[in-house]
Design a protein around this ligand. Structure first.
Ligand code: FCB
Length: 450
């Protein structure tokens, strides 16, 4: 392969999540989610925005599938809203909720786009939060398994690719420890550890439920956002240190899933705050996967440090280090290479996808409606170059989902941060592809960085 190209069957896609794009939050019997409650609480979301209308993809999915077709993407990563399917979290099924995902799936397939379905992208039924504290209670594990089985029975004859829980660490950490996301709790470290443990167990239960209930043999994976360690220099000592750091720093999350255990370094570090677990829990958590998806945004630079117990140190970012609009989104395109490489080298994974990458920019339409987001094009181009390097070196990176198809409800930032390739006017809901959409379409067409 010459230049910055990709394998012939490289899967280009775009990603969204239910609460961020669907709107229609009370339509057709949908129950409330913790995000409806959280965003309706004054002061929790910037400008008190909520997802109640959002991009209204629930009603406009046909138009959005045409936008995807225009990009030339081969796959769409979307999520199912649990409270649409089970308004009370468990118990009676809402058939109209299932019908929506049926229609969306059929529309995608009719347009030659593969549906890649995430079971949970943060919109927990409020009823389960009220009933037993949501992810804080072990009962959530079986509830999630039962919900998964319902979705699998309905979509599993057409959807081949499933993700369990988007960014497991964010569910527990942002939602139950930092309080920045719904349900907005700030639990002590010990309790947070247990919340996270339940999330991991629910993931395992979900894998089992998918395998048991899909008509087609499903391909099941995660969409995890590990802390992506990048060697400060590409020398053997720093690469080795960064690889060690990747495994240890993600000990509570992807490392636990991949190894089916909490590694000694993690347990030692946590001491009395470590999660309580049984061997059976860990077997569930370690359910084998078909692929690993990585949501990747910002780098964590690592250097070798023989003076440190584990042989590495994180290098803080200098003050003028470049970033995009979100205060956390520091630019580090080489994560797109190092993430997949470490996942392969540490755990022998044979199928890896970038399941999210993208950036929010200060997009402003010109009077004619065009958005010239040269900054997003610059950002994506650098990431694609790093992805191409991975592919050319034989790392099994098989696809790339840009976050996001369109501007949407960016959690606690509301609509103030725009991540889309397509601009959304929130007054009229008109969609306008940005320059970056044209750049992406051309990249896909040539299957090479342009
Ligand atoms: C990820 C989330 C996704 C979106 C992007 C910007 O952490 O999975 O929903 O908010 O960040």
């Amino acid at each position: 392969m010459a230049g910055y190209s990709f394998s012939k069957d490289f899967l280009w896609g775009v990603a969204t999540a239910a609460y961020q794009v669907e709107g229609a939050s009370t339509a057709d019997g949908r129950g409330a989610s913790i995000w409806d409650t959280f965003s309706a609480t004054p002061g929790k979301v910037r400008e008190d925005h909520t997802g109640s209308v959002s991009c209204d993809q629930y009603h406009r999915y046909r138009e959005d599938v045409q936008l995807m077709k225009g990009l030339g993407v081969k796959a769409y990563r979307f999520s199912v809203a649990w409270p649409r399917i089970l308004p009370a979290g468990h118990g009676p099924v809402n058939p109209k909720g299932l019908d929506y995902y049926d229609r969306l799936t059929d529309e995608l397939l009719a347009n030659g786009i593969q549906p890649w379905c995430t079971l949970f992208h943060w919109d927990l039924p409020q009823a389960l939060q009220d009933e037993f504290g949501g992810w804080a209670d072990r009962r959530i594990v079986e509830c999630f398994g039962d919900y998964t089985a319902i979705v699998a029975k309905r979509l599993g004859d057409r959807v081949r690719h499933f993700f369990t829980i988007n960014e497991m660490g964010c569910v527990s950490n942002q939602g139950y420890q930092l309080g920045a996301h719904a349900p907005g709790l700030k639990l002590p470290r010990r309790e947070f550890a247990q919340v996270n443990h339940h999330v991991l167990m629910a993931h395992g239960r979900c894998v089992q439920a998918l395998r048991a209930n899909c008509a087609l043999t499903p391909q099941v994976g995660v969409a995890e956002n590990p802390c992506v360690c990048v060697p400060v220099l590409e020398t053997p000592e720093h690469i080795d240190a960064a690889q060690k750091a990747f495994r240890i720093k993600n000990g509570r999350y992807i490392t636990a899933l991949m190894e089916g255990r909490y590694i000694a370094e993690f347990l030692e570090e946590e001491g009395p705050d470590a999660p309580e677990f049984t061997e059976a829990d860990m077997r569930l958590i370690g359910e084998p996967l078909d692929f690993v998806g990585l949501n990747m945004y910002a780098p964590d630079y690592i250097r070798a440090d023989p003076a440190e117990k584990n042989g590495f140190t994180s290098v803080p970012l200098p003050k003028a280090y470049p970033r995009m609009v979100p205060e956390w989104l520091f630019v580090g395109p080489s994560i797109t290479y190092w993430g997949p490489r470490f996942v392969r080298d540490l755990w022998g994974v044979k199928s890896i996808y970038i399941t999210e990458n993208g950036c929010a920019c200060d997009d402003r339409p010109e009077p004619d409606g065009e958005v010239w987001d040269t900054d997003r094009v610059m950002y994506l181009r650098q990431h694609f170059i790093a992805a191409s390097r991975a592919v050319q070196e034989g790392i099994p990176l098989k696809g790339y989902f840009v976050w996001s198809l369109m501007d949407n409800f960016e959690w606690q930032k509301g609509y103030t941060e725009r991540f889309g390739l397509v601009y959304v006017n929130y007054q009229t809901l008109k969609r306008t592809p940005k320059l970056s959409a044209k750049f992406y379409a051309e990249t896909i067409r040539r299957n090479a960085v342009v």
